[in-house]
Design a protein around this ligand. Structure first.
Ligand code: CO
Length: 144
């Protein structure tokens, strides 16, 4: 089978204080934020730090019932999920479902940066939450 994954899109890290985390990456590693976005539907705020053609995504909750708020309460700060780029998110999701893996999103949905995304459940993927990310033409412009 040919790989569905074309690149690492981002590695997401859950933090309590996103401004402190942004400052730490800048002061300690010289890494700069290239994009910030609030995703109201998920109750999260993100800051993307460019690393090559991929990102570190700093993630913090904007409300108490956000899944990231629940994650921070249960597990503390740290690695939250890894996101792989795919050419076609709907096709990749169907392939994952057909393989018998458990998914969080039965259908694709809009992500930040005009992406199309779907999450695979960590119980199927050896404890790591996986996100599938399909870029659009407008998404690419944030990476150039
Ligand atoms: Co993500």
């Amino acid at each position: 089978m040919e790989s569905l994954l074309t690149d690492i899109d981002h590695v997401a890290i859950a933090v309590r204080d996103i401004d402190a985390a942004i400052a730490w990456y800048a002061d300690t590693l010289g890494a700069r934020v290239v994009h910030r976005e609030d995703v109201a539907s998920d109750g999260i705020r993100e800051a993307l730090i460019k690393v090559g053609d991929s990102y570190i995504q700093l993630l913090t909750p904007t409300r108490d019932d956000s899944t990231v708020a629940v994650f921070l309460a249960r597990r503390g700060e740290g690695l939250h999920h890894i996101a792989y780029r795919v050419a076609n998110c709907a096709q990749a999701l169907e392939a994952v479902k057909a393989s018998g893996a458990r998914v969080i999103d039965e259908v694709t949905r809009p992500g930040s940066r005009d992406t199309t995304i779907a999450f695979v459940h960590p119980t199927s993927s050896f404890g790591t939450l996986i996100e599938l990310v399909e870029e659009s033409t407008s998404t690419l412009s944030t990476r150039q």
